[in-house]
Design a protein around this ligand. Structure first.
Ligand code: COA
Length: 704
């Protein structure tokens, strides 16, 4: 066996325990250990049944992703699953935590399954760009049916134990202690003389040949919609289809080949990067140096869309929230905005009325700042104006208890200046939520000059409690996300002025993998926001810089602000959120081009993407150069979780690595000829190309 797999005995029952912290990933030693355990179980006549269980927090949560791309070491996981299935005594998988990917596959190799009621199972390989490679596509449909099995694999979702029981994936739920109940199960099987029950021989999930064919076709049609652009899902259907008419051995080889064909694809590299980037973003120096301050009671100033969204996120995290607004009417509205979210949950059957009431019990509406005197952390989400924010912070300074963290949700303003309105700048940080704040997972944690480590660590603790993805951002105009966004929005605006159609740009972006194009996004967010920013910044603008608002200003001058006015770049019929191109836009663009003296030219789809990404990555490099972001993968995380960048491309910096930084620099040099100010390559990029470095090298250095 191995150190990571032990076999102990309780009478006639062998207990095989996997111990490979933190998640019992099925690395080489675990795979070898499991095979050795099955050999021993078969060889020992005194053993009548066996249990496989995970030590610590979970049943094996999957193959060891860190082994992907390295030379495979025997035994392959599919061989382990088959070996378990071939064991001559009944084998029970006893599941707690998350039996994901290979973890579920080894339990499907086992003959029976019992789980802790809070346990979850799933085949999330799709999320890292691969597919089940150890019998998942073969065994799961035989129990759960083709449609359900594909739903689980294509979505990658985690299935709670009660649902898994209903689907037949589990035989029973534990009622007391998982191991004790698994032993009881084993004793019952021994008493009944029940032998091994091979999942690969079962058929109750399957229908007639015709029904199976229909289910597979429906899956193929559905994939186009659900898993747009992804490579692995179609391979899963192929593999499942093949397994229906072939032996376990042949189907395993077919599945393994399909799995291997996913490995090393750009998608798999992108998704794999995204997985680790997401986990690396919370690894910041402050978390190593300080413990978070206590965090139970939260204050939120403002009950608008943002304040209410933050409140819901905090309530969902189990925190107590006091929301403060200016007056009775405003706070009533704030409360309504919060309740609306839960009412929708109730209507949709996601929550019961009682659950809503229990959550709302932790919510206190108030018009009095002194009600925040016992809050551990207070988040301000008021109007984006320096004077207003300073006034709020000066008041908070008077009422908040010593040690309370005071946070601003500003998206652009200088937080040092906000902090200076208090006598405790060490307790002031930025918490930049994205709208809708209860849904969007990104949280930029902005670090003003004087912020203390433990105040920053508290911001990260809040993100964790809210299940958000935190990114540490230094202080600058727009922090990481909006600063870079401004650059590629300009690149898009210039392309439109120079001849590209906004709709062609949007189509190119959707084809690239974005859920929507930048102009559709502008319509959704409200074109008036950018318009007002441009007006506010007019005095600061350097007139040597090319102006990016000529066309957008003219659209706004018509009172067309996007979805909220029914018209923007697109027109929106009542209830239509996708919109169709606004027929008046062409004339606006034509008049702007004429006024600017531009003779329009064509832009290919490829050039649109090259310019968009070059602008994005070049600014990303500046953000790194200035230390605003600690590492390239933090920029990736920002764009994946806050700006719709397609996850399977890994994020802009990962994309740039795969595109080649030398190629990117060549693009910038080419564009620089037409506008040297806008397209000036970042020095960091020039240096990196000279040194032959990639952004991944910087990631590794930052994490070392
Ligand atoms: N292989 C290797 N390492 C893994 C891993 C895997 N399958 N799953 C998790 N880890 C590592 C994480 O990178 C993290 O490492 P770190 O502490 O150095 O950052 C650590 O285990 C803990 O994971 P984390 O995600 O932070 O813990 P969690 O409790 O929030 O979530 C899981 C646990 C298992 C739900 C989550 O890690 C997950 O979804 N893992 C991937 C599962 C998967 O895709 N399996 C199929 C692979 S074929």
């Amino acid at each position: 066996m191995s150190e990571q797999v032990t076999l102990t005995r309780d009478g006639e029952i062998a207990v095989v325990t996997v111990n490979n912290p933190p998640v019992n990933a099925l690395g080489t030693a675990v795979r070898q250990g499991l095979v050795a355990a099955m050999e021993q179980i078969d060889a020992d006549d005194a053993i009548k049944a066996a249990i496989i269980i995970g030590e610590g927090r979970t049943y094996p949560a999957g193959a060891d992703i860190r082994e992907f791309g390295k030379p495979p070491q025997p035994p392959a996981l599919f061989e382990v699953c088959t070996r378990i299935e071939e064991t001559t005594k009944p084998v029970i998988a006893a599941i707690h935590g998350t039996a994901l990917g290979g973890g579920l596959e080894i339990s499907l190799g086992a003959h029976y399954r019992i789980a802790d009621p809070k346990g979850r199972v799933g085949l999330p390989e799709v999320l890292i760009g691969v597919m089940p490679g150890a019998g998942g596509t073969i065994r799961l449909p035989r129990i759960a049916g083709i449609g359900k099995a594909l739903d689980i694999m294509v979505s990658g979702r985690q299935v709670g134990a009660p649902e898994a029981l209903e689907l037949g994936i589990l035989d029973r739920l534990a009622e007391t202690d998982l191991l004790d109940d698994a032993k009881t199960f084993a004793r019952e099987l021994i008493a009944e003389g029940a032998g091994p029950r091979k999942t690969s021989d079962r058929t109750e999930g399957l229908g007639t040949e015709e029904e199976n064919a229909t289910a597979l076709q429906a899956a193929r049609d559905g994939i186009v919609k659900k898993a747009r652009g992804l490579y692995a899902p179609a391979k899963m259907v192929d593999s499942m289809e093949y397994s229906l008419s072939h032996s376990l051995h042949d189907a395993s080889i077919f599945e393994r080949d399909a799995f291997m064909s996913c490995l090393g694809t750009p998608q798999q590299q992108g998704l794999n990067h995204a997985f680790f980037a997401e986990r690396a973003s919370a690894k910041v120096p402050e978390n190593g140096r300080a413990q978070p301050r206590p965090l139970n009671k939260i204050g939120v100033i403002g009950g608008g869309t943002m304040g209410a969204g933050i409140t819901v996120a905090a309530l969902n995290a189990g925190l107590e929230v006091t929301m403060v607004e200016r007056n009775a009417e405003a706070i009533a509205n704030g409360q309504k905005n919060v309740e609306k979210v839960y009412d929708r949950d109730v209507t949709k059957g996601r929550k019961t009325e009682a659950q809503k009431t229990a959550i709302m019990d932790r919510y206190t509406p108030s018009t009095n700042y002194t009600d925040l005197s016992d809050a551990d952390l207070i988040i301000e989400a008021v109007f984006e104006n320096m004077d207003v924010k300073r006034e709020v912070f000066s008041t908070l300074d008077k009422v908040a208890k010593p040690g309370a963290v005071l946070a601003s949700n500003t998206s652009y303003l200088n937080i040092d200046e906000i902090a200076s309105a208090t006598a405790r700048p060490e307790s002031v940080i930025g918490l930049h939520f994205f709208s809708p704040a209860n849904i969007m997972r990104l949280l930029e944690i902005v670090i003003p000059t004087k912020a203390a480590d433990d105040a920053i660590a508290t911001g990260f603790a809040l993100a964790k409690a809210m299940k958000k993805v935190p990114v540490r951002a230094g202080l600058c105009d727009g922090f990481i996300g909006n600063r870079i966004l401004a650059k590629y929005m300009s690149a898009a605006a210039f392309m439109v002025e120079d001849g590209a159609s906004p709709y062609a740009i949007d189509a190119a972006l959707v084809k690239f993998g974005y859920p929507m194009g930048i102009h559709a996004m502008g319509d959704l967010a409200g074109l008036d926001i950018g318009w007002s920013n441009r007006k506010n910044n007019a005095a600061k603008r350097n007139n040597q810089d090319r102006y990016n608002g000529t066309i957008a200003d003219r659209i706004c001058e018509n009172g067309w602000f996007g979805q909220k006015t029914g018209k923007g770049w697109y027109v929106y019929a009542e209830g239509d959120r996708r919109g169709t191109p606004n027929p008046d836009i062409d004339a606006i663009i034509a008049s702007a081009r004429a006024d600017l003296g531009i003779t329009p030219r064509d832009f290919s789809e490829e050039e649109v993407i090259r310019r968009y990404l070059a602008a994005m990555v070049n600014e990303g490099a500046r953000v790194l150069e200035e230390g605003i972001a600690l590492k390239p993968s933090d920029i990736d995380v920002t764009f994946l979780f806050g700006y719709g960048f397609p996850r399977y491309r890994g994020g802009p910096m990962k994309y740039a690595d795969m595109y080649g930084l030398d190629n990117l620099l060549t693009d910038l040099r080419e564009f620089e000829k037409e506008d040297p100010r806008f397209w000036k390559p970042a020095q960091l990029l020039i240096d990196m190309v000279e040194r032959g470095e990639s952004f991944d090298d910087l990631n590794k250095r930052a994490m070392a």
